[in-house]
Design a protein around this ligand. Structure first.
Ligand SMILES: Cc1cc2nc3c(=O)[nH]c(=O)nc-3n(C[C@H](O)[C@H](O)[C@H](O)COP(=O)(O)O)c2cc1C
Length: 145
């Protein structure tokens, strides 16, 4: 069974809800899911992952500290060529999602799904997150994992 690891940071909890909805979309499609809070995640948590999904909201036009730390920690992981995806909630600028997506795409050479940005607590945000999980699962199936 293919395995997805979701590493996320949150301050007020909405990005955790997004992570849960994405995880449900993946599990409904038969993918094993492990979710870890960014401040506690380690590089070796990604060892047996077929897919790595990072989530973080934007605060002060930046990532939360836990995700900044994890993006450095990820330098020790072997993720080149793995499927990756970035997501996050925001209200007006939303830089965090492209910061994660850029690093995964260009520094780690991951095979990136187009990212998901949701305006904080938007009424369709969790449904869209669930669909995002299904979309990632489809990419895994096309890749034959
Ligand atoms: C102090 C503070 C700073 C914020 N800075 C930004 C920002 O620079 N850009 C932006 O798009 N949203 C900003 N937001 C909005 C949050 O990203 C948004 O509420 C998000 O949904 C919070 O996610 P969370 O519940 O996972 O912590 C800010 C919110 C607060 C309270």
């Amino acid at each position: 069974m293919a395995k997805a690891v979701i590493v996320y940071a949150t301050f007020n909890g909405y990005t955790r809800k997004m992570a849960e909805a994405i995880g449900e979309g993946l599990m409904d499609a038969g993918i094993e899911v492990k979710s870890i809070i960014a401040s506690k995640a380690k590089a070796d948590d990604l060892d047996d992952a077929d897919v790595v999904i990072l989530g973080c909201p934007t605060y002060g036009r930046n990532l939360l500290y836990g995700m900044r730390r994890f993006l450095l920690e990820m330098e020790k992981a072997d993720v080149k060529g793995k499927i990756g995806a970035a997501f996050g909630s925001y209200e007006w600028s939303g830089e965090s999602v492209s910061k994660m997506d850029d690093k995964m795409r260009y520094r780690f050479s991951m095979d990136m799904v187009e990212p998901l940005r949701i305006i904080g607590a938007h009424p369709t945000g969790l449904k869209d997150s669930n669909e995002f999980g299904k979309k990632i699962a489809d990419r895994i199936k096309i890749g034959g994992i």
